[in-house]
Design a protein around this ligand. Structure first.
Ligand code: AMP
Length: 283
C-alpha cells in the first residue's frame, strides 16, 4: 500500500492505472477505522482493480466545533488495518491540500428537501460540507466506483444527488454496503470510541428501538409507535434528536402507512455527549 499526501501525485497515479485499463474503487473515510469501513474496502477490492481509501477529517461538515475537536484520530492503527487489506493507495491529505483556496465554500449544492429533513434539519450546513469535501475528493480521485455505507442512509442519498449535480453520475457508480454491527446490534461507528463501557452497552438500545418499529409497523397512523420508540430511548437516558418512519426514496416522514410504501426507520440520539445515528429499512 502506498501512502499519498499530495492531490496532484494521486491524480497522476490514478490516471496511469486508468490508462492501463484498471477500474478504480474509492472509499472515502474520516479514519478511526473499524470493520464497517473495512467491509467497504473488501467490497471495493471485489468490484474494482485498484482500491483507493482516503482518510480526512473534514472540518467543513462539523456543525458542532466540539464534535470536530473530539473526533477520534488513530492514523497509525488505520494504516496497519488498511495495509492488511487490498488497499492500493491511502490518500492522507492535509487540510490545505483539500482546500487550497480555504474552507469557505465556493458553491451551494442544491440538495432540495434532503437538506431540511432529519440530519439536514438537525445539523445545519452538514450536508453542504459533505458535498464540498466529496466533490473535491472525486475531482482528485475520479473513480469508477464510489463505496458508501448504508449506516449513513441520508448521506448516500445526498451523494447520489451530488453525482447528478456535478454531472458525474454517468461516469461514477455508487455502491452501498450494508451496516456492520457489534454483537449487541450497535452500528459500528468511529464515534463509539468516545463511549464508556456502560454507554456502549446502552447504545444497543438504538438498534432495538429500530427493530421494535419494524415489528410494530402496520398499516395506519405511525404516531403511536414513534412515540413509544422515543419514550423508550428517553427513559433510558438518551437525548433524542429524531425518530422517524420515512419514505425510503425521499425520506419524507410517513404519518399514515398504506402497507405498500417502502419505508425506513431512522434515529439520531445523544448518548451523553456523543451523537449516534442508525437506520433500518422496514419492508
Ligand atoms: P466515516 O469515516 O464515518 O465518514 O465513514 C466512512 C464510510 O464508512 C461512509 O460511507 C460510512 O457510511 C461507512 N460506514 C460507517 N460506519 C459503517 C458501518 N457500521 N457499516 C458499514 N459502513 C459504515
Amino acid at each position: 500500500m502506498r501512502i499519498v499526501k499530495q492531490a496532484a501525485d494521486l491524480s497522476l497515479i490514478i490516471d496511469k492505472q486508468r490508462n492501463s485499463g484498471k477500474k478504480t474503487g474509492f472509499v472515502p473515510t474520516m479514519g478511526a477505522l473499524h470493520e464497517g469501513h473495512l467491509s467497504l474496502i473488501r467490497q471495493a477490492a471485489c468490484e474494482s482493480d485498484f482500491v483507493v481509501c482516503s482518510i480526512f477529517v473534514n472540518p467543513t461538515q462539523f456543525n458542532d466545533p466540539a464534535d470536530f475537536e473530539k473526533y477520534p484520530v488513530s492514523t497509525a492503527e488505520d494504516i496497519a488495518l488498511l495495509a492488511g487489506e487490498k488497499t492500493a493507495i491511502l490518500f492522507l491529505p492535509a487540510v490545505d491540500e483539500i482546500y487550497p483556496a480555504g474552507t469557505k465554500p465556493a458553491m451551494h449544492y442544491p440538495l432540495g428537501r434532503l437538506e431540511n429533513l432529519l440530519e439536514g434539519a438537525a445539523r445545519p450546513g452538514h450536508f453542504q460540507g459533505v458535498c464540498q469535501v466529496v466533490h473535491r475528493l472525486l475531482d482528485i480521485v475520479n473513480p469508477d466506483l464510489l463505496f458508501l455505507g448504508q449506516k449513513d442512509y441520508q448521506q448516500c442519498m445526498v451523494l447520489q444527488k451530488l453525482l447528478e449535480i456535478t454531472h458525474k453520475s454517468e461516469k461514477i457508480r455508487l455502491r452501498i454496503g450494508p451496516t456492520l454491527r457489534e454483537n449487541n446490534g450497535l452500528a459500528m461507528s468511529s464515534r463509539n470510541r468516545r463511549l464508556k463501557q456502560q454507554e456502549l452497552e446502552n447504545a444497543a438500545l438504538l438498534y432495538k428501538t429500530l427493530q421494535l418499529l419494524k415489528q410494530k409497523l402496520c398499516p395506519g397512523a405511525t404516531a403511536a409507535i414513534l412515540k413509544e420508540a422515543t419514550d423508550q430511548l428517553t427513559e433510558a437516558g438518551f437525548k433524542v434528536d429524531y425518530v422517524s418512519i420515512s419514505d425510503a426514496a425521499t425520506l419524507e416522514p410517513v404519518a399514515e402507512w398504506n402497507g405498500i410504501q417502502q419505508v425506513v426507520a431512522l434515529v439520531a440520539a445523544f448518548a451523553g455527549p456523543v451523537r449516534l445515528i442508525d437506520n433500518l429499512p422496514l419492508n
